[in-house]
Design a protein around this ligand. Structure first.
Ligand SMILES: Cc1cc2nc3c(=O)[nH]c(=O)nc-3n(C[C@H](O)[C@H](O)[C@H](O)COP(=O)(O)OP(=O)(O)OC[C@H]3O[C@@H](n4cnc5c(N)ncnc54)[C@H](O)[C@@H]3O)c2cc1C
Length: 528
């Protein structure tokens, strides 16, 4: 077979090679960094040519029956060897792809998925389900293993199969990426209205498998809120849940697959809630003297029942980095949208609440704050490539906690991360924004940018990551609000979950995956 379905992606860069940062953008970023980190070595390193990397000989032959949709060429295996975390990208730039999968299967039907799983079972191989490969937690990299590995890429299954206009739901194949499924739903005037920052490449199956969070701040923001039913192929056969708007019939089979991270089976399709596209929008940016004052306003908004679509609070440095402020004040990017009714009144009420918390609404601009935020949000992954090329250590991590513990957690995580950044890199910035707000709590999202030492960046990242993760776990936050567990968050996930739940999950995995071949090392270990 050819590698055509793989597209023109590059394994150590984000996304569409046509959109990589331009020379002018890199120059601007370098100037900005030079102004803040005077001693940093900001030489450009674009990495080695990945097509020259020596790829180990595959450890298992591809059966003839699967050859039409399975490949073991070097480029295909390297493209599926790493995700998109900072360490993935840094190591790949240096030609270090760990142990790439031995083969990449790209099934087009559920029957072909089942055939791949049968092959893996017979050959004693591990199977790693792979959607867009945008995992930032080591969810799809095989790791060091003696067991042969087959990566099962779902992108050839990307159709909207059915639309129930009466119930406003659609049946969509798991390999559809954000733009691909929105284009098909858009023809019917519908939208899933789910926009993670990785929207361009991540897939419906990946979102479900990782319990992804979209870019709306309140209301139905998680893929969990949008799923009606799921079909998955497990090593023991089909798992297909009934299509229902809600059900009180025992523990939910969908809840079990949501967040299963490829460890139970391959999600092949799901019925999801869709809606007409919104026609009414209103937004405004509001400035606060401090991040804490802004957080008080976000809490009031989340508890008011107004449900703003956008409600992102940026601390002063984060606001400056996103061209939303001058670095002296926190900025709240507020936005409302609706299909059915004007939302100006909602915005007025929200601005009143912000005013009560000391917020000052900024003058309206021709390009609304939500629109401006959205374009910088989607461009950010490309700019991360520029930062990496210039030798910076870049990390984003996120958590969630209840409002009563929010202030303490925020202070503890900022302090511990800043201390680690100073110790490991000498200098650096740590910023925070609130990405999601609930009546009872919020999800703070932290960003680290620090000058790295060439070739030591991955180790530096690890030390900072350890300090940050310990701090947020110590302050009672979850190890992840939406980035998932993967291999990177496993130690903290193991501590966070109840032991009996771990035992129950292990037993559930044994029921559908008796040999433990599905994404080994992620979430649970195989039962003894
Ligand atoms: C720049 C950037 C921005 C991001 N922004 C967000 C964000 O806003 N919100 C958010 O939630 N996450 C975000 N992420 C993380 C990532 O995009 C999400 O975890 C996403 O849901 C992964 O989807 P994917 O299709 O790329 O899955 P992959 O990365 O391919 O896989 C992720 C996990 O899901 C499993 N999996 C994938 N497909 C299937 C399937 N069909 N059946 C069973 N298991 C499967 C894999 O085995 C793996 O464990 C971001 C990542 C990057 C790099």
């Amino acid at each position: 077979m050819t590698d055509a379905p793989l597209g023109n992606r590059h394994p150590s860069l984000w996304g569409d090679p046509e959109q990589t940062p331009t020379a002018a953008e890199v120059r601007d970023v370098r100037e900005l960094l030079a102004g803040r980190f005077a001693d940093a070595d900001l030489g450009w390193y674009s990495g080695i040519d990945w097509r020259r990397v020596k790829v180990p000989t595959p450890r298992l032959p591809i059966p003839d029956a699967l050859a039409a949709f399975t490949t073991d060429t070097g480029p295909a295996r390297l493209l599926h060897a790493v995700g998109r975390s900072f360490t993935d990208l840094v190591r790949a730039r240096r030609g270090d792809y760990g142990t790439p999968p031995d083969a990449v299967a790209m099934p087009r039907t559920a029957a072909e998925v089942a055939a791949v799983l049968d092959w893996c079972a017979d050959a004693g191989a591990a199977c790693i389900p792979f959607g867009g490969g945008t995992s930032v937690v080591g969810g799809i990299a095989p790791g060091e293993t003696d067991q042969p590995v087959v990566t099962l890429q779902t992108r050839a299954m990307d159709r909207v199969l059915d639309i129930d206009a009466v119930s406003q739901a659609a049946c969509i194949q798991a390999g559809a990426s954000g733009p691909v499924l929105e284009e098909q739903l858009g023809r019917e005037g519908l939208s899933l209205r789910f926009y993670p920052q990785s929207f361009e490449f991540s897939t419906l199956g990946g979102w479900i498998a990782t319990r992804a969070g979209g870019h709306f701040a309140t209301g139905p923001t998680h893929i969990d809120d949008l799923v009606e039913s799921i079909d998955a192929i497990t090593p023991r056969g089909l798992w297909s849940s009934a299509r229902l708007p809600a059900s009180g019939a025992g523990p939910s089979p969908d809840r079990m697959l949501l967040g299963s991270e490829g460890t139970l089976g391959v999600i092949t399709q799901a019925w999801v809630r869709v809606q007409p596209r919104p026609n009414h929008r209103a937004g405004r940016a509001v400035q606060f003297g401090s991040f804490a004052a802004g957080a008080d306003a976000v809490r009031a908004l989340a508890q008011s029942g107004l449900q703003p679509a956008g409600c992102r609070l940026l601390d002063p440095t984060e606001a400056a980095l996103n061209s939303a402020g001058d670095g002296t004040a926190a900025v709240l990017v507020l936005g409302f949208e609706s299909t059915w009714r004007p939302v100006d009144h909602d915005l007025d009420l929200a601005l009143e609440l912000c005013g009560d918390a000391g917020g000052v609404a900024l003058p309206e601009r021709p390009r609304g704050p939500s629109e401006q935020w959205r374009s910088s949000f989607l461009r950010a992954p490309y700019l991360r490539d520029a930062l990496i090329g210039l030798g910076m250590v870049v990390e984003t991590f996120e958590t969630a906690t209840t409002w009563d513990r929010f202030g303490e957690l925020h202070a503890a995580v900022i302090d511990a991360t800043q201390e680690a950044v100073a110790r490991v890199c000498g200098d650096g910035i740590v910023t925070c924004r609130l990405t999601h707000a609930y009546p009872d709590g919020a999800a703070p999202y932290f960003t680290v940018i620090a000058p790295g030492s060439r070739r030591a960046e991955a180790q530096q990242w690890l030390e900072i990551k350890l300090a940050a993760s310990e701090a947020l776990a110590g302050a009672g936050g979850t190890i992840t609000h939406h980035h998932a567990v993967g291999r990177d968050h496993r130690p903290w996930y193991d501590r966070q979950r109840p032991d009996l739940f771990a035992a129950a999950l292990t037993a559930a995995k044994a029921a559908v995956d008796p040999t433990g071949m599905m994404n080994p090392g992620v979430l649970v270990d195989q039962s003894a």
